[in-house]
Design a protein around this ligand. Sequence first.
Ligand code: COS
Length: 408
Amino acid sequence: MNRTQALNGAAPIGLAHLAWPFFDPAHRELAQQLAQWTAQQPAHEDHLGTDEQCRTWVRRLGQAGWLRHVVALEPGGASSSTAHTRLDTRTICLLRETLAQHDGLADFALAMQGLGSGAISLYGTPEQRQQWLPDVALGQCITAFALSESQAGSDVAAMQCRAEETPNEVVLNGEKTWISNGGIADLYVVFARSRPMNAAASAKASSGISAYLVPANTPGLRIAERIQVMAPHPLARLQLEDCRLPIENRLGQGGQGFKIAMQTLDVFRTSVAAAGLGFARRALAEGLQRARSRAMFGATLAQQPLAQAKLADMAMQVDAAALLTYRAAWMRDQGQSVTMEAAMAKLTATENAQRVIDSAVQLWGGLGVVSGQTVERLYREIRALRIYEGASEVQQLIIGRELLRAAS
Ligand code: COS
């Protein structure tokens, strides 16, 4: 059975959660249109190769108008507080949750357009927004968020990539790694150290970082390595060697890069939770289908208390993840700070999804580990979500700090 057959044979995934009070009528309408559109899209066109599958999804999502929800198109103020009203987190979450149920690469393609351009949506000048965002929304410009380095993944402030600024230009030198869309992106948002670590003993390392718009064809920018991971998607290590850019390519003020990165992550971390939720919902649907159809010891699996208990645990973990995810999204859409709530949502939804998917594999037995089976694919797809955009341990650290800050 291939993936498309598996999809058609799976129990339908309900939209009952849309009745929850976190959503407005516009969200419900969008989610229903999206579910219909998604059901008509092919999934896992492996014959195209990973890069082409991704480009195809970006094009399709752009043409259908879904990408305009992950960029803040309206011109105007560059402050993040005004942008709060324009990037609707609940919409982004519903998009990711639905696409993740269908095809992990569809979710990836949408999410990376959002994460890659998020800093422009939040901090771009009217000119920068006008130059890049319309094409991102149409799927005609692929973007990437270039933050991590080999020694600065969880500890962002430790980054070494250098930015030397003059009044007119900036020169970038260094390496960035684990860059999603690396190799297919048209535009990289690169974070680099514009003030050396030891420039002022009293200054925090995080305050010396700036963000820059680096088009893929900038001389000196090259893809040093393509990285293969267990659920394939475009991923690369970048080398920047004397990359010269006009100073107008800086996003926000010099030294604002760390906060730009954190605020971008605050939006998209909640959406990683939503993607985890989508994978978990799909696994629960697969588990239910299997339990109802598999005969064992003279009855179906569904009639056996052990299988019922497993399904009950899976459903509780899905709903717990959904509640924390929608809460974080709703709070952000009200203009509230969600640093802690987004971390709670990401941590819970991705860890729970791993457990739910593992249970689904168990219900499928030997078939569950056969290459290409839906649950086998989900098992590989979920793992990276517990690491990227802040590993589970980083989320724990953020939650602990926020609790202590609130208590002091
Ligand atoms: N929004 C706005 N400002 C924020 C912020 C947020 N979410 N988080 C931190 N800041 C601010 C702080 O208020 C502080 O400001 P002041 O210097 O004015 O006081 C500044 O940024 C530095 O914050 P902090 O001292 O907490 O920085 P740390 O270096 O200790 O940060 C963590 C630690 C773990 C929070 C950070 O490095 C992090 O999020 N790491 C994970 C990164 C990640 O997700 N990597 C994956 C790559 S993307 S695939």
